[in-house]
Ligand binder design. Structure first.
Ligand code: FE
Length: 344
């Protein structure tokens, strides 16, 4: 197991790099834009392939590294389904799994600090974002924060994890790096309350100044989407209605790049093949199944929001699959256009 806790001293942010082995897939939680060069260097040094970059919530105190990491590594950008970021390529909901090769995180919706805050549990540890900090909790006075929701998230979700669970937060301003659930129950001053009302009273009277970066970071972090316009200008995009006309044609192959969980939740375009995006590299390379398929059929990639498929179209064209197209806006746009969906 590879586990690295990385620190941005400007915003006191912790970012976490996870992978099951050298040479394998990696994921990063809460990357900071200014540190992207450092992450790329470390990924190279450890011979890791970044597959997912995840934000626990929309940050107000630093600019996320999600967009830059996607542009440099073609990784999947991930946030919770409530996120107001313009487009992220994959959205998670409570109870789902966040997975890469050899790493499995349970996804818990923990609103309160913001209404899009998530925590991720991995066997002996939990990544709590700004929901639960070491001897503190994330403020609840902006970005649809809600002290009562945070109380529920902390007391009814996080504190029910085993006492020995390691707590890795998104920030620490005092130099602490890790705690445990048991330790926070006993010593976190914000948790020594007897009711939700008492907690709300405490949180609503903190009178904190706005974060220094807030006016810059929030708008910047809302716009991390991949520009699908560039792909459309190259003539490689179909609208959902154009793609619907091609269903059932023997010379056309619809290729779903999403994960199994997304397919089960949203449904599939009838008759489509499934090759998950992280395996795209080998599939479109010479000798890969999509390379073979692209020689005789028109490939139409699709995913959840059109981001993974836009990157896939670019990769396919780069490798000589000249007919590859994608559905702009993905299944989200497909549903709006009332495209047919099949659920197993
Ligand atoms: Fe935050």
């Amino acid at each position: 197991m590879i586990f690295r806790q990385l620190f941005d001293s400007v915003s006191s942010t912790y970012s976490y790099l996870l992978a099951s082995r050298r040479g394998g897939e990696a994921l990063i939680i809460d990357p900071v834009l200014d540190k992207v060069d450092r992450y790329i260097q470390l990924l190279n040094e450890l011979d890791l392939r970044l597959v997912k970059a995840v934000d626990t919530h929309l940050h107000a105190d630093h600019i996320t590294g999600l967009g830059a990491l996607r542009d440099r590594t073609q990784c999947i950008t991930v946030m919770g389904e409530q996120s107001k970021a313009d487009v992220v390529s994959m959205r998670l909901a409570d109870g789902e799994k966040l997975q890469i090769e050899g790493v499995n995180l349970d996804v818990i919706y923990t609103p309160g600090h913001t209404d899009d805050s998530y925590s991720f549990v991995m066997s002996d540890r939990v990544f709590t974002g700004d929901t639960l900090l070491i001897r503190g909790t994330g403020r609840t006075d902006f970005q649809n924060g809600d002290a009562r929701a945070q109380y529920e998230s902390i007391f009814n979700r996080l504190l029910r994890l085993p006492d020995s669970t390691l707590v890795f937060p998104a920030h620490d301003y005092k130099g602490d790096t890790v705690s445990t659930i048991g330790e926070e129950k006993a010593f976190n001053p914000r948790l020594q309350v007897t009711s939700v009302a008492e907690y709300a009273e405490l949180m609503n009277n903190l009178h904190l100044p706005d974060p220094k970066m807030m006016d810059v970071a929030v708008p910047a972090n809302m716009h991390v989407g991949f520009s699908q316009e560039q792909i459309a200008l190259k003539g490689w995009a179909l609208t959902p209605s154009e793609a619907m006309m091609l269903i059932g044609r023997p010379d056309v192959a619809f290729v779903d790049l999403r994960e199994q969980g997304e397919r089960a939740r949203e449904g599939e375009i009838p008759g489509s093949l499934h090759t998950p995006y992280p395996e795209l590299g080998e599939n479109v390379s010479c000798g890969g199944i999509l390379h073979e398929l692209g020689a005789t059929k028109q490939i139409i990639f699709y995913c959840a929001f059109g981001e993974r498929s836009a990157m896939a179209v670019q990769a396919a064209h780069d490798l000589g699959i000249a007919s590859a197209l994608h559905i702009q806006g993905g299944i989200a746009a497909w549903k709006m256009a009332k495209g047919p969906l099949f659920t197993r």
